[in-house]
Design a protein around this ligand. Structure first.
Ligand code: NAD
Length: 369
């Protein structure tokens, strides 16, 4: 059987630096676990603009559609701020998400014990936290029509965006959440504003329908999104999987992510419909951007990108045990006190470089055998 295929789009700024560490991990799996991938690489963002004049070439888009999973570093940087909106680096990423129809955005908020002190909340509230936010990514108020800024009848202007969801858009992302819950602690909390929005009423009814008809074994609860925000900072461990729309998910996932400390630790996955081989269309990327302030200095934390690869092992390749092995290796390295600069506490110490962090994780993987 052919090896599964991976397209690496390292992108700009620290993207190539953190991706270099992921490549070490991929190499380790091939060598030590006989888990091999056909890896190809291409350009995205400013790096693609420099060569092709666009942030994602058509050939790259076609390759992304053809592989089993895409791994992305980060895009953007000050050199590209002056570009027209249509060719800004971020447009490359948006094109990937749109054309691959990646409707379910998975944002885990996981707190490694060694980093519990980094949270803005008390350590006992976040230690051992492991929740997953599933955000609908391709519809809702960011895409609904009509939209725009129009003159009103009194000489002023009116800004309009439209929150719009169809039955199928809600049901498919609800299914993603229920599937995930079955592999975790079997609990889904759906968040909307059914008290003040008709689209929220539909959301609640359709999620309930999917539950009753297809996933009655999973525990489902509903919560208004404003209460959800409060509960996330009050007692986040009450949740397992949260499913919510594009707008609320944007806000709630950032809020939950910050419970866990540094931006350099946060992975994500964006999944679409299953392909002919049963695997979902998939893009894995760290939550952070290209960090131009530290790019090229060996200071970037590669863990977010490495944990994104762990998500690929779990969600694209059904290698949950190997994903857990990699996550445990990261946990061990952190418990041993190995820290990049972003993870240094007030007590100080000497930070390791991006490459040294990658090497330490590879050594921890070796020790796991
Ligand atoms: P950023 O995430 O790049 O950086 C925010 C802060 O966090 C910076 O101080 C940075 O040094 C730090 N940081 C980020 N990742 C880190 C890591 N792995 N290790 C250590 N420190 C890390 O956000 P920004 O500064 O607002 O944006 C910079 C550029 O990235 C902009 O061009 C923006 O448009 C782009 N961006 C891209 C993405 C993406 O590719 N998905 C996401 C956000 C921002």
């Amino acid at each position: 059987m052919a090896n599964p295929s991976l397209l690496i789009l390292a992108g700009d700024g620290i993207g190539p630096e953190v991706m270099a560490e992921v490549k070490k991990i991929i190499g380790w799996y091939g060598e030590k676990r006989a888990i091999r991938f056909d890896v190809s690489e291409d350009l995205v963002g400013g790096a693609a603009y420099d060569v092709h004049g666009v942030p994602l070439a058509d050939e790259t888009m076609a390759r992304a559609q053809a592989v089993d999973a895409v791994l992305l570093g980060a895009v953007g940087g000050p050199n590209y701020d002056v570009l027209d909106f249509s060719v800004k680096p971020e447009r490359g990423l948006l094109r990937l998400r749109k054309e691959m129809d990646l409707y379910a955005n998975l944002r885990p908020a996981q707190c490694f014990d060694a980093l519990a002190d980094f949270s803005s909340l008390k350590p006992e509230i976040v230690a051992g936290l492991d929740i997953m936010i599933v955000r609908e990514l391709t519809s809702g108020v960011y895409f609904g029509e009509p939209r725009g800024i129009f003159p009103d009848n009194e000489g002023g202007r009116v800004g309009i965006n439209t929150q719009r969801y169809t039955t199928e858009e809600i049901r498919r992302v609800a299914r993603s959440a229920f599937e995930l819950a079955r592999r975790r602690n079997n609990k889904v909390c759906s968040m909307e504003k059914a008290n003040v929005m008709e689209s929220g009423i539909l959301w609640r009814e359709e999620v309930q329908w999917v539950h009753d008809n297809e996933y009655p074994d999973v525990a489902l609860s509903h919560m208004y999104a404003d209460n959800g925000a409060m509960q996330l900072v009050r007692w986040p461990k009450q949740f397992d999987v949260i499913v919510t729309d594009n707008l609320f998910g944007d806000v709630l996932s950032d809020c939950a992510a910050m419970l866990t400390g540094s931006l350099g630790m946060l992975p994500s996955a964006s999944l679409g419909a299953p392909m002919a081989n049963g695997r979902p269309k998939a893009l894995y990327e760290p939550v952070h951007g290209s960090a131009p302030d530290i790019a090229g200095q060996g200071k970037a934390n590669p863990i977010a990108c490495i944990l994104s690869f762990a998500m690929a092992l779990r969600y694209s390749f059904d290698l949950g045990d190997e994903a857990a092995r990699l996550e445990k290796a990261v946990e061990k390295v952190l418990a041993d006190g190995v820290r990049t600069a972003d993870l240094m506490g007030p007590e100080g110490g000497t930070p390791v470089t991006t490459a040294e962090m990658g090497d330490a994780i590879v050594a921890a993987l070796d020790a796991s055998l």
